[in-house]
Design a protein around this ligand. Structure first.
Ligand code: G1P
Length: 305
């Protein structure tokens, strides 16, 4: 078990020395109720956008940012995710026998280094903060990234890579942020801004899903984070917040003033694939970027316009 006295951890080391960022935590225990019946027997993170499951996009993004160790926070009914990242020996053999070289190479390009994925079960769904706390042994004393696979990113420089660069620049916690219309702030973690420097925003507070009229800004957190390990000390209190859940945002807020904490206006676009309309938009947008599919997709869109 990790030493989790939050006060001691923070006061003894106000700024963590900059370690390389090699670890990522991916919470994948959610039930996916918004996609029932599709997700009755299948993990929502395995839903494909074009021909790749959501979880694969998140892992590819993290790997492109230099992440080497992954912790999936899973739950019951999520074994397909682990299978997906295993070597499919028989499938590879069959593809090789049939000279399906392109398909074989695509599979191999995605294969993971042995030992680079661990899974931890979140036995009870107590909230995102609780899910992240379940990774405390994996995280140890290292900074780590969090990727919520429901948020699918389309960015020239992968979003997690942008955060890692900002971590090296600021020396502390960084969350990816975007502006949303006021009437939607109550769905997100919201920034209380200390200083808005454009790309980087220093933060004096964070509120999870505030009522619209009480929201301190319309700058919201998306599902990409780089956090210092001290957040685990606060998470270990398992205090309930908005919606009666253990909220990650509440523990992140406690780091403010003790460690650097910034929001990063990332460059790119986010698709909320936890929502049906967002998921469908992602299918169209990602298909239109594929040379093999764009012409067909364009004529389909014309036909239905
Ligand atoms: C979670 C976080 C929230 C963040 C959002 C981004 O909320 O708690 O702070 O803004 O992800 O997608 P959820 O979507 O799980 O309700």
């Amino acid at each position: 078990m990790l030493a989790c006295n939050p006060n001691a951890a923070i006061e003894d080391s106000p700024i963590v020395s900059l370690k390389p960022l090699k670890k990522a935590v991916l919470p994948v225990a959610g039930l996916g109720t918004r996609f029932l019946p599709a997700t009755k027997a299948m993990a929502k993170e395995m839903l494909p956008v074009v021909d790749k499951p959501l979880i694969q996009y998140a892992v590819d993004e993290a790997r492109a940012a230099g992440i080497e160790q992954f912790c999936f926070i899973t739950g019951r009914g999520k074994t397909a995710i682990v299978e997906h990242f295993d070597v499919a020996y028989e499938l590879e053999r069959t593809l090789a026998d049939r000279n399906k070289t392109a398909e074989l190479e695509a599979l191999r390009a995605q294969s993971m280094t042995p030992g680079s994925i661990v899974t931890v079960r979140q036995q009870v769904p107590l909230g995102l903060g609780h899910a992240i706390w379940c990774a405390r042994s994996f995280v140890g004393d290292d900074p780590f990234a969090i990727l919520l696979p429901d948020d699918l990113m389309m960015c020239e420089t992968p979003c997690t890579g942008q955060l890692v660069a900002a971590y090296h620049e600021t020396g502390g916690n960084v969350v990816a942020i975007e502006e949303v219309p006021r009437e939607r702030v109550n769905r997100y973690g919201v920034l209380d801004v200390a200083e808005d420097k454009g790309r980087l925003v220093s933060v004096k507070g964070l509120v999870e899903k505030p009522p619209i009229e009480k929201a301190p800004s319309n700058l919201t957190i998306i599902g990409r984070y780089v956090l210092m390990p001290e957040v685990m000390g606060f998470l270990s209190r398992l205090e309930k917040g908005a919606g009666g859940e253990v909220q990650l945002t509440d523990s992140m807020a406690k780091l403010i003033g003790m460690q650097p904490f910034h929001g990063l206006r990332y460059e790119g676009k986010r698709f909320d694939c936890g929502d049906k309309a967002g998921f469908l938009e992602a299918q169209v947008a990602f298909a239109l970027r594929r040379p093999d599919l764009a012409p067909a997709m364009k004529s389909i869109l014309k036909a239905y316009a």
